[in-house]
Design a binder for this molecule. Structure first.
Ligand code: GLY
Length: 385
């Protein structure tokens, strides 16, 4: 399927990207478009088979957001890149990433849910964002299988979804066509740093010399995070997912409650998520996790109980202590860049991460959009020694 290769012969590159999920692939593609030279992407397993594969693909810049801040700006900017990205990837690779633009519903079932959604409606309207308030009747007109216990809903017309597994395939194919060397089954064991400058990486298959390295290793990035004597840790946070055959429901919107979500795919599958668990690198699907997801899915739509369960999986979200991504240049090592800690928003933020890191690497300047997410914030918070 994908055009990937083993490390054979790759001893030098201009840029090495560590990590072959959607973030690493988006960075690779953006750098290739910017003509950054010889680019090698090194992935310990297979491309996009970790969090990128497990994700639901929701582009929920607004639905999952609690306040107007720099993160909202970043999330909306990335979401807004998707229509052009979907077209470009189709053109470059023939792969349709199934950008589905019906929108997202956010449901309220209790007094507390209604307080939360009213607050979200108020501040998002005041911020000029697109959000509609729906009665239960109006929401059930859109998706008739929603529970009759529904009280009200919000609709976010610009929060879309993509098929994240197709996105991986399209980004990888595009990057390969642009000349990126995609090296799978290769673990980056350490960074090569001399006199405050990155010189490349030591991998399980040998050394690759490079003038710049981008770390985009998802939940596995911590071992290469040397800043502040390892003070910045990336923690794996497990999210389990169930998948149903839901052709009978003909659902179209992504549907959230404050407790869970349903994501309808174009092929008739319906994903239900998720859990938020500290379980280390354990990727099991547990009975308890499945029970939690089912409880929340059935609250949204009792008819889920009559569907066939066809698949279940889990993934590891990469979380930094403040829940925000770490983007851009190292504060200690020249030539070293980070695109890590995307936590619940890797699919959403991959396009803007690629653009911003490529822009900083090519121009030497960090975009104002990226500045709140650089390592500087940990200096200000006194995390570093
Ligand atoms: N963004 C959805 C999740 O992480 O479960």
């Amino acid at each position: 399927m994908l055009n990937v290769e083993e490390q054979k012969g790759v001893k030098t590159a201009d840029v090495v990207i560590v990590g072959g999920g959607v973030v690493g692939l988006a960075v690779a593609r953006a750098l290739a478009h910017a003509r950054a030279g010889r680019i090698a992407l090194v992935e310990r397993g297979q491309l996009g088979m970790e969090a990128s594969h497990a994700a639901g693909g929701m582009l929920a810049a607004q639905a999952e957001c609690d306040r107007a801040d720099a993160f909202l700006d970043l999330a909306c900017a990335s979401r807004d890149l998707y229509p052009a990205l979907a077209e470009a990837l189709l053109e470059e690779t023939g792969i349709n990433i199934e950008l589905e633009r019906t929108g997202t519903l956010y449901l309220s079932f209790t007094d507390e849910d209604e307080r939360e959604t009213s607050h979200r409606y108020e501040w998002q309207t005041a911020a000029g964002l697109a959000v509609e308030r729906l009665t239960a009747y109006e929401a059930r007109e859109l998706e008739p299988f929603i529970s009759q216990t529904l009280r009200s809903a919000l609709r976010f017309p610009l929060d879309w979804q993509v098929e994240n597994r197709r996105l991986v395939a399209a980004l990888a194919t595009s990057a390969a066509k642009l000349g990126v060397r995609l090296l799978t089954g290769t673990n980056v064991e350490s960074l090569l740093i001399e006199r405050g400058r990155v010189r490349g990486v030591e991998t399980s298959r040998g050394r690759i010399d490079a003038g710049a390295v981008v770390i985009a290793g998802g939940a596995w990035a911590s071992s290469l995070m040397t800043e502040g004597a390892g003070a910045i840790q990336i923690e794996p946070v497990r999210g389990q997912m169930l998948c149903f055959d839901a052709r009978a429901l003909a659902a179209r919107h992504v549907i959230y409650s404050p407790r869970g979500y349903l994501v309808p795919r174009m092929d008739g599958r319906l994903l239900a998520g998720s859990t938020t668990e500290r379980a280390g690198f354990d990727k099991r699907v547990t009975v308890e996790g499945a029970h939690t997801i089912l409880t929340h899915a059935l609250e949204i739509a009792p008819r889920v109980g009559r569907l066939s369960l066809v698949d279940a999986w889990s993934g590891l979200r990469p979380r930094v202590a403040d829940d925000l991504p770490v983007l851009g240049a190292s504060t200690q090592t020249r030539g070293l860049f980070y695109g890590v800690g995307h936590y619940r928003n890797g699919i959403l933020l991959a396009p803007i991460t690629g653009e911003l890191i490529a822009e900083e690497m090519m121009s030497g300047t960090a975009s104002p959009l990226m500045k709140p997410f650089t390592l500087e914030r940990f200096h200000h918070a006194g995390v570093h020694s």
